[in-house]
Design a protein around this ligand. Structure first.
Ligand SMILES: *Cc1c(COP(=O)(O)O)cnc(C)c1O
Length: 423
C-alpha cells in the first residue's frame, strides 16, 4: 500500500469529504484540541445547546406541567423511532429509557422468561463487563441454574472466530448476548449470521449496539434480531449519561415482558388501576417517568446523523480508520506499537486501538501535554475514536504526529503507571 505521511494529504482528504461541513454544527472551543474520544462521550451539537435552553426556559420554566402533553410524554417513543432509523428498525420497536445496563437487564430477563427449560447463555470474553455482570445477575436471581459460556478471543486477542460463536449455539441455548462492536478492539461481528444461527436452534439474541449505533451498519429488522440496546452518549452525541435505547422486534411484542412492571409500562398509566396490564408494543419496556431533559437532548444529535445519512457516515468511518491504520503502519509500528484493531474494514467499527507496553503513560502524556484526548483500556490499549460526523482527516494526522512526538521525545517517562480513577 502506498503510504501518505504528510499533513497536505490529510487536508486533501478533508477537501474531498462530503460530510466536512457537519463539523461546524458541533461546538469546538479549542481549535488545537485533538478529540479522539467520541466513542465514549460524543461532542456537543450546537443545536442541543439551543434546544435545551428552550426546553428549560420555555417548556419547563413557563409552561410547567402543561408541557407533558406538548411533546414530553411522546419523547421516548419519538426519539426512539429516530434512533430506529439509524439501526434498521421500523417504527414502533425502539424506545429511549434508563441506562444501557438497565436495558440489558430488562431484555435479558425478558428473553430468559421466553425460553424456560433451556440452561445456556452464550457471550464472549471481550464483551463489556457490565454486559457480563447483567447476565451473571440474571442467573443469580433466577436460581443459578444457567451456564454462562464465555467464548474466548482468537489468538490475535482482537477478534472472535465466527465459527467459535456458531458452534456454541445449540438446543440448550436460551440467549446469546454479544456486543456488535467490541469496546476494546473495535471488532465487528457478522450479526446476521449469528442471529440466523440462534433462530435455527430456537435461541434468542440480544445485541449491544453501544459502539455501533451511529457509526456502523446495523440492520436489526433485516437480521431479524430479537432484542438490542445501546448508549446514546457515544456516537449519537446525546450527552453525558443520556438515557439509552432498547429494541424489541415486533414479533415479540405480545409475549416479551419487562421484569420491571412500572406505571409507564402499563396500558393506561393515568387510570391508576391497581393491577398491572402491560401496554401494547414497545411501551411496556418503559418503567417510570422518563428523564425529559436528557431524552430531549438526544434528539438534535440524532437529527444530524440522519441528515448526514448512514451510508455516508459508514463510508467516512471506514476512510478514517483506514487512514489511521495507514499512518500507524508508516509511523507508529516502528516505534514499538502493535495494532489492536482488525485490518479488515468489514469487521471494524469506528475506533482504532493501538497497543504499547507503556500505553498508560503515553496516554497520560497525550492528555496532559499534547492536547490530545484518546482513552486507555487495560492492559495496554490506547483507544482512538473516530466519529465520522465531526472527526477530520487532519485530526487523524495530527493525533498520530503527536503520539509520535510523545514517544520519540520520551515525554511519557515523566508519568507514573499508577492508574487514575477514570481512564
Ligand atoms: C459504553 C458501554 C456500556 C455502558 O453502559 P452504561 O449503562 O451506559 O454505563 C455498556 N455496554 C457496552 C458494550 C458499552 O460500550
Amino acid at each position: 500500500m502506498q503510504s501518505h505521511p504528510t499533513a497536505a494529504y490529510a487536508a486533501e482528504l478533508d477537501r474531498r469529504d462530503p460530510l466536512a461541513t457537519f463539523r461546524s454544527r458541533f461546538t469546538f472551543t479549542d481549535p488545537d484540541l485533538i478529540y479522539m474520544d467520541g466513542n465514549s462521550l460524543g461532542r456537543l451539537p450546537k443545536g442541543t445547546s439551543e434546544r435545551l435552553s428552550q426546553v428549560i426556559e420555555q417548556e419547563w420554566g413557563r409552561q410547567l406541567i402543561r408541557s407533558w402533553g406538548a411533546g414530553w410524554i411522546d419523547a421516548p417513543l419519538r426519539v426512539g423511532e429516530k434512533i430506529g432509523r439509524l439501526i434498521g428498525a421500523a417504527p414502533g420497536q425502539v424506545v429511549v429509557s434508563d441506562s444501557t445496563t438497565v436495558n440489558l437487564y430488562k431484555l435479558a430477563m425478558a428473553a430468559l422468561m421466553l425460553r424456560p427449560g433451556r440452561t445456556k447463555i452464550v457471550t464472549d470474553q471481550p464483551n463489556f463487563p457490565t454486559d457480563l455482570y447483567v447476565l451473571q445477575g440474571c442467573n443469580h436471581l433466577l436460581g443459578g441454574g444457567y451456564r454462562i459460556e464465555l467464548l474466548p478471543a482468537a489468538p490475535d486477542a482482537i477478534t472472535v472466530e465466527l465459527q467459535t460463536v456458531l458452534d456454541a449455539i445449540d438446543q440448550e441455548t436460551a440467549l446469546v448476548s454479544l456486543s456488535h462492536v467490541h469496546f476494546k478492539s473495535g471488532y465487528l461481528y457478522d450479526a446476521a449470521a449469528i442471529t440466523e444461527r440462534c433462530h435455527a436452534h430456537g435461541a434468542l439474541v440480544l445485541w449491544d449496539l453501544s459502539h455501533a449505533a451511529g457509526a456502523a451498519p446495523v440492520e436489526l429488522d433485516a437480521w431479524d434480531a430479537d432484542f438490542a440496546a445501546g448508549c446514546s452518549y457515544k456516537y449519537l452525541n446525546g450527552g453525558p449519561g443520556a438515557p439509552a435505547f432498547l429494541y424489541v422486534n415486533c414479533r415479540l411484542h405480545q409475549t416479551a415482558l419487562s421484569p420491571i412492571w412500572g406505571w409507564f409500562g402499563d396500558r393506561a398509566p393515568f387510570a391508576f388501576d391497581l393491577e398491572y396490564h402491560p401496554a401494547e408494543g414497545i411501551k411496556r419496556f418503559i418503567a417510570g417517568t422518563p428523564p425529559v431533559l436528557s431524552t430531549l437532548a438526544i434528539e438534535p444529535g440524532v437529527d444530524l446523523l440522519l441528515e448526514a445519512g448512514l451510508d455516508r457516515l459508514r463510508a467516512k468511518s471506514i476512510a478514517l480508520t483506514s487512514y489511521m491504520i495507514e499512518l500507524y503502519d508508516a509511523i507508529l509500528a516502528p516505534l514499538g506499537f502493535a495494532l489492536g484493531s482488525p485490518r479488515d474494514p468489514a469487521h471494524r467499527g469506528s475506533h482504532i486501538s493501538i497497543r504499547h507496553a507503556d500505553g498508560y503513560r503515553i496516554n497520560r502524556a497525550l492528555i496532559e501535554e499534547m492536547n490530545v484526548i484518546p482513552d486507555f483500556r487495560e492492559p495496554d490499549n490506547i483507544r482512538l475514536g473516530l466519529a465520522p460526523i465531526y472527526t477530520s482527516f487532519l485530526d487523524v494526522w495530527e493525533a498520530v504526529e503527536r503520539i509520535r512526538r510523545v514517544v520519540v521525545e520520551e515525554q511519557y517517562l515523566g508519568y507514573s503507571s499508577q492508574r487514575l480513577a477514570v481512564t
